[in-house]
Design a protein around this ligand. Structure first.
Ligand SMILES: Nc1ncnc2c1ncn2[C@@H]1O[C@H](COP(=O)(O)OP(=O)(O)O)[C@@H](O)[C@H]1O
Ligand SMILES: [Mg+2]
Length: 180
């Protein structure tokens, strides 16, 4: 996978499959620490201890039609390649948080890529789910996109209306244009 935004799409799709009603994607950068992290939190069905161990194994998937079962192992590999790592916190019936950390300036750290397209795909495909995208730089929150708030502002116009999705994509990419 070329860009972190595609890894994010993949991991958020796991949350959708797990029946989440709220998915929070938090991006955080810190220049002093040379860190870049992605944390994806959901309130889906969660995983038990044994499952978490299996998920990190590249040859495991619960899908009967085996696609790959590589989403999380591939993200972990991307983390390791840039001097970082991946962790999973999960509780059955409560939800899951996946944290991916990178050395921000590492030569092999993948760029964020088209985060607007990722949000557009997620929201357009699942307008009934609440998504939140947060971006924090050096401890300050720079940007928040919340579909819950957007839905209220839209006053009945569906989130998956093409003009709304186009606005979401452009809004995200403009807010994150400095983020590499
Ligand atoms: N957020 C999550 N909530 C519950 N289960 C999850 C979550 N993320 C991953 N899983 C479990 O881990 C498995 C492996 O995920 P992944 O590596 O992305 O491969 P795939 O989605 O192709 O199966 C999933 O099939 C699912 O059973
Ligand atoms: Mg997956």
């Amino acid at each position: 996978m070329e860009d972190l935004s595609l890894h994010i799409l993949d991991v958020a799709e796991n949350s959708i499959d797990a029946g989440a009603g709220l998915i929070v994607i938090a991006l955080s950068e810190n220049d002093k620490e040379d860190s870049f992290s992605i944390r994806i939190t959901d309130d889906g069905k969660g995983m038990d201890e044994e499952m978490i161990k299996k998920v990190l194994d590249p040859f495991f998937t619960t899908k009967t039609v085996r696609r790959f079962g590589l989403g999380i192992p591939l993200l972990e590999q991307s983390c390791r390649e840039s001097g970082g790592g991946l962790s999973i916190e999960s509780a059955e019936g409560k939800g899951t948080a996946i944290t991916a950390e990178f050395r921000k300036g590492h030569i092999d750290r993948k760029p964020l890529g088209d985060m607007g397209a990722t949000m557009m795909t997620l929201i357009g495909g699942h307008p009934e789910i609440d998504f939140e995208l947060r971006y924090e730089k050096n401890g300050d929150t720079d940007f928040i996109l919340s579909t819950r708030e957007l839905r209220m502002e839209l006053d009945g116009v569906p989130l998956n209306e093409p003009a709304v999705l186009k606005y979401i994509k452009e809004n995200v990419n403009e807010a994150l244009q400095e983020v590499y």
